[in-house]
Ligand binder design. Sequence first.
Ligand SMILES: N[C@@H](CCC(=O)N[C@@H](CS)C(=O)NCC(=O)O)C(=O)O
Length: 207
Amino acid sequence: MAADMILYWSSRSPFVRKVMVAAHELGLEHRIRTVPTLVSATVPNFEHLSVNPLGRIPTLVLEDGTTLFDSQPIIEYLNEFSRGWLVPPAGPARLRAMRWHALATGLLEVLVAWLSERSRAIPHNAAIAGYERKARATLNLLEQEAADIAGAPFSMGHIAIGVALGYLDFRYSSLNWREGRPKLAAWGEVFAARPSAKATVPVDDRK
Ligand SMILES: N[C@@H](CCC(=O)N[C@@H](CS)C(=O)NCC(=O)O)C(=O)O
């Protein structure tokens, strides 16, 4: 089947991974051509800026040329495009999925900001302590809710949580996030065993 969407992509980006997990879950991975794209908050990628003025990935370009920015609307589009089941249409199920999605995507934002701070020549220690505090507090809340997470139908909220846990293993192994969080750790294993998760494991190559 010919690819009819273009995804500006990196094997390291957790936000891109959210989109790729959704694409695999929905059976859309063959409809998307991935374009390896190097982005950075400090070094401009002028070619990519002409596609997305924010200079960010993921960026999805549809067949009619429409450009979508940000992992959430991209996943919502893919779900609608395929009449999928990752975004509950209404009611408490939707609220729960969106709430978990926002919580775990917020955790990813904290982790990415933390990574950038710790790679500075002179890191701001108070900022690093703040990121660690927020990351640990969010993980504690996810542990409290782990039984509900495990029991609820798989949704975009689950994708964000699973990707955040995978990103912790990828970049923050020293945080030992599983310690004291057995229920979340067990759910993390279940997520990691899904074919969509196995097909999208982060890799630290150039892009
Ligand atoms: N809210 C965005 C965040 C995307 C994001 O921050 N992506 C990073 C890569 S992991 C990026 O493009 N960084 C380059 C920059 O911010 O200039 C989403 O969910 O897609």
